[in-house]
Ligand binder design. Structure first.
Ligand code: UDP
Length: 338
């Protein structure tokens, strides 16, 4: 099979590309490298079934050509990361809403299946834990930047589902809950890479707010498995499905796990939200997915334990550390031995 991944040089997109290539498929990626990176796909570039275009999804002609080549369009291109969203709200709204519309429009001309990646952010401040796909979304006021992300992704969902309802364009919407793993960068505010980086460096591990807020972290391998299973069944078409783990941990708890797994001497410090993000910032207190629908459609449920997830991220960070610089004596000894 042949596939297009928008946002294919991103953290999740690059793992998806790898998984599709590994099972023998052909992969086209389209990524403007705004939050994705060439590094994420460098190891795939020489693969004969991997094709990359570093361009924007607003290049309609290129998008149409790539959609033509593909049977499934995985639409992962989006502005992501709470820090990026708070700092660049215009870009968030434009990329997410306009980009999705272009992808759906191109795909609907050829009736290609579109998988739209949405986010658990859309549940907003809801306290009806665990979050079911048919539950109400509870967003904060438009004056608070964070909610523009949730609103833009909710609009993406409406758009995607409308193409199904009105035009019988096959679509699937998945709400991803805190996907983590190797290659995720802390640059846009994501907590796990930030903590691991801080712990390895020996600098303070910065917990925002009280640290009592909780999340469920899902290994990217599980996320990819769930995505592949969802697109493999016709029963997913027209559906909105949660993808995540249900192992809940507080952010204080996560900081302790990271500190312990890295054997770090870093102190754990607490920073008020208005210093970490912006005055009046609102966070979600608990975020746990209901996974019944995913299980029912795919017979799969993410289950990688948190400690294993953290260990994989730690190993990734270690693999990227520059080689320790040898002291001059050690260097001459090594040279002499050669
Ligand atoms: N967070 C934190 N320290 C950081 C980055 C994030 O304590 O360096 C907190 C953040 O306030 C939130 C949680 O960790 O409560 C998860 O943040 P992330 O941005 O990874 O995901 P999301 O907020 O979308 O769940």
């Amino acid at each position: 099979m042949r596939h297009l991944i928008t946002g294919g040089a991103g953290f999740i997109g690059s793992h998806l590309a790898e998984a599709l290539l590994a099972r023998g498929d052909e992969v086209f990626i389209l990524d403007d490298l705004s939050t994705g990176s060439v590094e994420n796909v460098r190891h795939l570039k020489a693969h004969p079934r991997f094709h990359y275009s570093f361009d924007t999804i607003t290049n309609k002609q290129l998008l149409a050509e790539l959609v033509d080549e593909s049977e499934v369009v995985f639409h992962l291109a989006a502005a992501v990361g709470v820090r990026l969203i708070v700092e660049s709200p215009v870009r968030t709204l434009e990329t997410n809403v306009y980009g999705t519309q272009l992808v759906l429009d191109a795909a609907s001309k050829k009736r290609k299946l579109v998988f739209t990646a949405s986010t658990s952010e859309v549940y907003g401040k809801s306290d009806k834990v665990p979050f079911r796909e048919d539950a109400d979304l509870v967003l904060g006021p438009t004056t608070k930047g964070r909610w523009s992300y949730a609103a833009s992704k909710a609009l993406d969902e409406f758009l995607t589902l409308s193409y199904w309802k009105e035009r019988k364009q096959p679509v699937i919407v998945a709400r991803l809950f805190n996907t983590v793993g190797p290659r995720q960068t802390g640059r846009y505010g994501m907590v796990l890479p930030n903590f691991v980086h801080q712990a390895i460096e020996g600098s303070p591990i910065t917990v925002y707010g009280t640290g009592l807020q909780s999340r469920c972290f899902c290994d990217v391998r599980d996320t990819i498995q769930a995505i592949l299973r969802l697109v493999a069944t016709d029963r997913s078409v027209g559906e909105v499905v949660n993808i995540g783990s249900n192992e809940e941990v507080t952010i204080d708890g996560l900081a302790s796990v990271v500190k312990q797994r890295t054997d770090s001497s870093s102190p754990i410090t607490h920073i008020p939200y208005d210093q970490a993000y912006e005055p009046g910032f609102e966070d979600m207190q608990r975020r746990v997915p209901c996974l019944e629908k995913l299980k029912c459609l795919t017979d799969f449920q993410p289950s990688t334990p948190l400690t294993e997830i953290v260990d994989r991220v730690v190993a990734y960070f270690h693999s990227r550390l520059p080689e320790p610089i040898p002291v001059s004596g050690a260097l001459s000894a090594a040279t002499a031995a050669e």
